[in-house]
Design a protein around this ligand. Structure first.
Ligand code: ZN
Length: 263
């Protein structure tokens, strides 16, 4: 019966042309979040998300109803998991305000990677990116994951011109036009060669996906996603050269069967 209801829901979702398949509860998503950072997250209980650093629990749900803009500016953990990231070798023009992974809990990122530039910098290591030495966070396997991406991409000679030189990794700074910190601040993001980049703020009047375009081969996206990175090319506020390490978003995508090709 439950199976039938689920199949029915899936069919409706497919008919509506949406990429997201199964619904996941908040507690299922939180379980996947905790499992994605086992070295840092101890447990989830009534007090919030309890980390192994001994600090206060991180708030999961502040109880505030927020607009999309408010979520982008001040997300709690629940907000950050509210949109499910879709996987795969398709890049449909994102729906209005569909920004899966762009809604982030800055409180959690600071606890995971460090609360200041100096704290983050202490745990950076060097990753060889096609001959370029890039500073990347060691914590949570971020640098190891980027090394695995580089190793796999290196088997595809035709892709190299899109990848190198990288426009940067670690850079403690706010997102352009916002006060929230970019994931580059935590050494957990990489920008590819800017020569193929498209960015929502550069398109006509900066009106989100109305100017959506992607010039990076989707084979690159698939390899990054396989190793726990999400792609800024899936966002209404798109940033196609940008990838960031968000293994919880990839785990939730897989559990939900969220397919960017709408299969
Ligand atoms: Zn970036």
């Amino acid at each position: 019966m439950r199976q039938q209801a689920l199949t029915g829901a899936l069919l409706l979702v497919l008919l509506a042309g949406k990429a997201v398949a199964a619904e996941l509860s908040l507690s299922e998503k939180l379980g996947l979040l905790a499992a994605a950072y086992p070295d840092a997250i101890e447990r989830i209980d009534g007090s919030g998300l309890v980390l192994r650093d001994g600090g206060p629990p991180v708030v999961i749900d502040d109880g505030r109803k927020k607009s999309h803009a408010e979520k982008l500016a001040a997300a709690d953990i629940e907000d950050s998991l509210s949109q499910i990231y879709p996987l795969g070798a398709c890049a449909p023009s994102p729906a209005v305000d569909f920004d899966p992974g762009r809604i982030r809990s800055e409180a959690l990122l600071k606890r995971l990677y460090g609360g200041s530039a100096a704290a983050v910098r202490r745990d950076l290591v060097t990753v060889d990116w096609f001959g370029q030495r890039l500073p990347v966070a060691r914590r949570h396997g971020t640098a190891a994951a980027l090394k695995a991406v580089a190793a796999e991409l290196s088997h595809h000679a035709a892709l190299k011109r899109y990848l190198s030189p990288s426009a940067g990794t670690f850079n403690w700074r706010p997102i352009a036009g916002a006060t929230t910190l970019s994931v580059h601040s935590f050494g957990a993001a990489i920008d590819l060669d800017t020569g193929f980049a498209d960015y929502w703020r550069w398109t006509a009047k900066g009106k989100g996906a109305q100017g959506y375009r992607n010039r990076y081969p989707l084979a690159i996206v698939e390899i990054f996603e396989k190793h726990g990175f999400i792609w800024g090319g899936r966002w209404y506020h798109f940033d196609t050269m940008h990838f960031e390490y968000r293994p919880e978003m990839i785990a939730i995508a897989r559990a939900a069967g969220a397919d960017a090709c709408g299969r």
